[in-house]
Design a protein. Structure first.
Length: 229
């Protein structure tokens, strides 16, 4: 199941029931009745995927988002959401991206970022090698993404903490996990992978904890030069 297709169905069922708040169980059932391929409203993994998308669509992700969310739903209570009419011309391109995700079939230009020590560009060959090691799975939450360009390149030890842009310090994270990991926790330090996974479990956005941990172990072996398919 592709998360993007699930996201668009969530927004559609919310919009169709815009007159009243929906609880998460109602949303699971409505998404299932919309015919999303492979979606099982009783499966914990699929329910967590819905919770994650609702959190993102409601703008409840960390304040350090690298880009804004369209906030197409609003949380009105514990596990209850209502559709929010978008402001016009509110983020029209962003709304289209959320509702009509497209497959990445060609290279997109790298995002412009500030310069500084260790800020070298990560090659596509390195991205593809990491994608192969991770089997397309985010080690932070266990979500599967079908193309290496759908991931963000993360520095395991942040550049601000004297990390370097070298393969043994790189991994691929989904955009959500990359944003969360880059924030400072309550104790004033950037989240490490163990804290990131624990935070994803606590906030209900973990997709597959076992798969995330397994992917993390594969990366450790790869970085040590011990990895063999």
């Amino acid at each position: 199941m592709v998360a993007g297709s699930l996201r668009s169905q969530i927004v559609r069922v919310m919009a169709e029931n815009r007159e009243r708040p929906l609880n998460t169980q109602e949303i699971y059932d409505l998404v299932a009745s919309a015919g999303v391929p492979g979606f099982d409203p009783r499966a914990k993994r699929d329910r967590n995927l819905v919770n994650r998308e609702l959190s993102d669509l409601a703008g409840m992700s960390p304040n350090s988002h690298s880009k804004a969310t369209p906030e197409l739903v609003r949380r009105v209570g514990r596990g209850r959401y209502i559709y929010r009419e978008p402001d016009l011309p509110m983020d029209a391109a962003l709304v289209r991206e959320y509702l009509e995700p497209t497959e990445v079939n060609e290279k997109r230009p790298p995002r412009r970022r500030g310069s500084g020590p260790g800020r070298e560009r990560v090659s596509d060959a390195t991205r593809m090698a990491l994608f192969a090691v991770q089997h397309g799975v985010c080690p932070g939450c266990g979500i599967y993404l079908p193309h290496y360009l759908r991931f963000d390149v993360d520095h395991i030890v942040a550049l601000a903490d004297d990390g370097r842009t070298e393969e043994r310090n790189l991994q691929l994270l989904c955009g959500y996990c990359n944003r969360v990991k880059g924030t400072k926790g309550k104790d004033g330090y950037r989240l490490k992978m163990a804290e990131l996974r624990a935070d994803n479990v606590a906030t209900g956005v973990m997709v597959d904890e076992g798969l995330a941990a397994l992917t993390g172990k594969r990366l450790v072996r790869y970085h040590r030069g011990e990895f063999h398919e």
